[in-house]
Design a protein around this ligand. Structure first.
Ligand code: HEC
Length: 103
C-alpha cells in the first residue's frame, strides 16, 4: 500500500511540475526579482517603469528590438539584467510587464 501511495504522490508532483513549466512566465515576479533594482530607480540610466518620456524614444523601436536588447544587453544593462538563469521568454514577459503602463 505504501508503494502505491508513493507512486501516486510522484505522479501528482510530475503533473504539477509540467503544469508550472507550461504556464506563461510571470512577468511581474520576474521584474521584481531581476529588473526592479535598476528600472524602478533609474540606476545606471535605466528607463524607469511607467516613465512615458523615458520610454517614448525606445518604443519607436519595434518590440522585437526591445526584447533583443533586454536579452543581449544594451549600454550599461547586462544581458538579461545579469540574470542568466532566466529564459528568453521570461525576459520577454518582464519586458511586457515593464512596458504595460506606457504602451
Ligand atoms: C544593472 C541594471 C539593470 C538591470 C538589472 C536591468 N536593466 Fe534594463 N536597462 C538598464 C539600462 C542602464 C538601460 C539603458 C541602456 C542604454 O540604452 O544605454 C536599460 C534598458 C532596458 C530596455 C530598453 C532597451 C532599448 O532598446 O531601448 C529594456 C527593454 C530593458 N532594459 C529591460 C530589462 C529587463 C526585462 C530587465 C530584467 C530582466 C532589466 N532590464 C534589468 C539597466 C538594467
Amino acid at each position: 500500500m505504501k508503494k502505491i501511495t508513493a507512486a501516486l504522490l510522484a505522479g501528482t508532483a510530475a503533473l504539477a511540475f509540467t503544469a508550472s513549466v507550461q504556464a506563461e512566465p510571470d512577468g511581474e515576479a520576474i521584474y521584481n526579482q531581476a529588473c526592479m533594482a535598476c528600472h524602478m530607480t533609474g540606476a545606471a540610466g535605466a528607463p524607469i517603469k511607467g516613465d512615458a518620456d523615458a520610454w517614448a524614444p525606445r518604443l519607436e523601436q519595434d518590440m522585437e528590438t526591445l526584447y533583443a536588447h533586454a536579452i543581449e544587453g544594451i549600454g550599461a544593462m547586462p544581458p538579461k539584467g545579469g540574470h542568466m538563469n532566466l529564459s528568453d521568454d521570461e525576459v520577454k514577459a518582464a519586458v511586457d510587464f515593464m512596458l504595460e503602463p506606457v504602451l
